[in-house]
Design a protein around this ligand. Structure first.
Ligand code: TXA
Ligand code: MG
Length: 313
């Protein structure tokens, strides 16, 4: 990555423009979180409903503390998981310099420190929080390469930094850390088990329909390719594309992608969005998905697949 690309990205961000940045989870469409006009252009580019708040990305937990309040439990989580794929929803400080559009007017803010070196370099150089949703049009499959981003947005909408394929491939896990008892809001790249082990207690459950906010990432239909999805398929039909998992793959003449021949859920998570995009480009009207175990990262993979398969609005 030539340094001047990062310099150009930093100048663009400080001038209120959008920049697609690589992170270890998925590529983000970043804007200066303190600049309302810049943040507004994220919503416009993504066709994202304005009631859906954005994640603020910062270079360190100390930077997060300048606009969010971290209690002891939150600090324990940042010590254990930052930089990394855990997003904390925290109380917003009353003196915070964050655009109301970022938080959708809530008194909480979602924050994470990404683990990608390019993202960290940009954040350090910008010296301000960057609001960055996944760099896809709202409701669609998240991008894990710069090519995916360029398929979603033309360069006049956002310049992009290439940081290679996202290592994890699934969005961050989001927890509500506003209270002592932490609650799971969105499954993601950090497993429930890892968080529970770090906290030494189970995460509180959020009752369905009692989410603090209704956000697309938590809406039933999301992460959707153009093709329909059929889940837990052991016998794909000839006209279907097959999203396989493991080494025992049924004979299939049509298009096929295997998430992990070794049956490894970490590898499968990394390949999921990219494989959905590849199978979508074959023009198949349905993608049949083999069963994926509901353990570890399998829980988050199945969450994304169920939303991708849900009836579309
Ligand atoms: O891995 C990721 O998290 C990626 C990369 C780019 O960091 N970002 C990402 O952002 O997935 P996005 O906008 O696609 O998803 C952010 C989610 C949304 O579901 C939003 O509703 C939720 O975070 N969120 C943001 N602020 C919140 C808040 N104050 N309370 C509850 N949920 C919030
Ligand atoms: Mg998203």
């Amino acid at each position: 990555m030539p340094t001047n690309d990062i310099d150009a990205a930093v100048s663009a961000l400080l001038a209120g423009r959008l920049v697609a940045i690589p992170t270890e989870t998925v590529y983000g469409l970043a804007a200066d979180a303190t600049n309302t006009a810049a943040v507004a252009s994220i919503f416009a580019a993504k066709h994202r409903p304005r009631f859906n708040p954005l994640i603020c990305h910062v270079a360190s937990a100390a930077d997060a503390a300048s606009f969010a309040i971290l209690n002891d439990t939150a600090k324990q989580l940042t010590d254990a998981f930052w930089p990394g794929a855990l997003t904390l929803v925290l109380p917003l400080r009353t003196d915070a310099n964050i655009s109301d559009l970022v938080t959708a007017g809530l008194d909480t803010v979602a924050v994470r420190v990404p683990a990608h070196p390019v993202a960290l370099q940009v954040l350090q150089a910008v010296g301000r929080p960057l609001a960055a949703p996944s760099a896809n049009r709202s409701g669609r499959v998240s991008p894990t390469t710069l090519e995916h981003v360029q398929f979603e947005f033309t360069p006049d909408v956002a310049m992009g930094l290439d940081g290679g394929p996202s290592q994890l491939g699934l969005e961050s896990t989001i927890v509500d850390a506003t209270q002592d008892r932490v609650r799971m809001l969105r499954l993601g790249s950090v497993t429930r088990e890892a968080i529970e082990e770090s906290l030494g207690e189970p995460l509180a459950l959020v009752e369905p329909g009692k989410q603090p906010i209704q956000a697309p990432g938590q809406l039933q239909s999301h992460y959707a390719p153009s093709a329909q999805l059929r889940l837990n398929v052991r016998h794909p039909k000839p006209h279907e594309a097959l999203l396989a998992f493991g080494c025992e793959v049924p004979a299939h003449a049509g298009p096929m992608a295997n998430l992990s021949e070794a049956g490894d859920v970490t590898e499968a998570a990394r390949n999921l969005f990219s494989a959905l995009r590849t199978l979508d480009t074959t023009g198949a009207s349905t993608i049949a998905v083999m069963p994926i175990p509901e353990k570890g990262l399998g829980e988050a993979i199945n969450d994304r697949l169920r939303r991708a398969a849900a009836p579309r609005p």
